[in-house]
Design a protein around this ligand. Structure first.
Ligand SMILES: Cc1cc2nc3c(=O)[nH]c(=O)nc-3n(C[C@H](O)[C@H](O)[C@H](O)COP(=O)(O)OP(=O)(O)OC[C@H]3O[C@@H](n4cnc5c(N)ncnc54)[C@H](O)[C@@H]3O)c2cc1C
Length: 210
């Protein structure tokens, strides 16, 4: 079916004209103690907002001064970390890029330093007991995501509504697509809407069989 349609998960075969939405560089950190003042959601923004967006959208490159999203679920849910310890992950917005292991290491070190400064966490690197990076290549290899995007096809005018890949196969009857790369688009609630045509079609088929 994938060969017939070149749709859904066959992302490597997709036309280069299609535009992916942003990727992400996610740093999962386990800290050995509690961080005073840390909240569940923390958003330290880039100093130069325009430059940050330019590096993501106009001239894709690793961000020089990224905006960070620091999520510390252990602040509100004690089950996600051992007692007295903290988990924390952060997602600097970044485009789907390539990187050598050394570049990834440099970026990780830079982000830990930024986190220490922006979030006011003294001696952060000494407090880390677990560390893992998940980035564009992982999104491609693990989830088959289109060009390392974290989210799927971008919502450009040419990739919206009837111009976005359809939920219904043009070639095979009763073949439907759901998910972020089809209509209406990206986001968990939107996936449920995207599943509606499939749900309606399968109930109609069941009704016909009765
Ligand atoms: C860091 C992050 C934060 C997000 N936060 C939010 C949020 O707060 N709110 C929100 O609404 N949305 C959020 N999203 C977006 C949301 O997660 C996605 O839009 C949604 O998960 C897309 O659902 P999907 O079913 O299309 O794809 P996925 O959830 O990616 O599921 C696709 C599945 O198909 C599997 N697969 C791929 N290829 C094959 C194959 N060939 N054979 C078998 N299996 C295959 C993959 O492994 C994967 O399990 C976030 C996304 C990310 C990455």
């Amino acid at each position: 079916m994938v060969q017939l349609e070149k749709n859904a998960s066959a992302s490597a075969a997709w036309p280069t004209a299609l535009r992916p939405k942003v990727s992400a560089f996610i740093l999962y950190l386990g800290l050995k103690d509690k961080v005073p003042g840390l909240t569940h959601h923390n958003l330290p923004f880039a100093r130069d907002w325009r430059q940050n967006f330019a590096e993501i959208l106009d001239q894709p490159q690793w961000p020089s001064d990224p905006s960070l999203y620091v999520c510390a679920p252990s602040v509100t849910d004690p089950d996600v970390a051992p007692p007295g310890q903290e988990t924390c992950s952060l997602v600097p917005t970044a485009p789907g890029l390539t990187a050598t292991p050394q570049q990834l290491e440099e970026l990780t070190t830079r982000i830990i330093a930024m986190l220490q400064e922006h979030m006011d966490i003294p001696n952060l690197s000494q407090r880390i007991v677990y560390q893992r990076v998940f980035w564009g290549r992982d999104f491609s290899e693990r989830y088959n995501n289109f060009r390392g995007s974290a989210l799927g096809l971008a919502h450009t005018i040419r990739q919206t509504a009837i111009l976005r890949p359809s939920n219904k196969s043009k070639k095979l009857k009763n073949l439907f697509y759901v998910g972020a790369n089809t209509n209406p688009g990206i986001g968990m609630p939107i996936q449920l809407i995207s599943a509606e045509p499939l749900s309606n079609a399968s109930s109609a088929t069941s009704r016909r069989r009765i």
